[in-house]
Design a protein around this ligand. Structure first.
Ligand code: ZN
Length: 135
């Protein structure tokens, strides 16, 4: 079952440039920066009352985040992620409800979470991630 909003993914050109905004203007503390090679991104996380902000910087020109930044040069909200306690079941439930899955099998994301994306054409325009904490 989906439990809560886990994080909101925000595409940025530069994590180094964006972190001071979140720390100095908004007063949140960066919990750490992690590169996720499989997704071709560098990530930075901020804990905002249990929901995280995940900044995403592309590490390669063929990263999905690089393509998003071509269309949205100032950056912007890239995806919303819901926490699941049974990701395989939740993906099957979404698929049987007619949702197109971008990942039929979960992949490994930041913090070793299992992650999978739902196609925005099935989700009213919001790229949607389902994630489950790694064991
Ligand atoms: Zn995410």
């Amino acid at each position: 079952m989906l439990q809560k909003i886990d994080h909101i993914g925000i595409a940025v050109k530069s994590i180094d440039a964006a972190v001071p905004y979140y720390e100095n203007a908004l007063g949140f503390k960066c919990e750490g920066v992690e590169e996720v090679a499989e997704q071709k991104v560098k990530t930075a996380f901020f804990n905002v009352g249990g929901v995280h902000i995940e900044l995403l910087e592309p590490t390669s020109s063929d990263s999905p985040i690089a393509k998003f930044l071509e269309k949205n040069p100032h950056g912007g909200i890239h995806h919303v992620a819901f926490n699941s306690n049974a990701i395989t079941d939740d993906l099957a439930k979404a698929e049987s409800a007619g949702v197109v899955l971008l990942n039929k099998e979960p992949k490994i994301g930041a913090h070793a979470k299992k992650i999978a994306f739902l196609h925005p054409k099935s989700t009213f325009g919001v790229l949607t991630e389902i994630c489950q904490d790694g064991e």
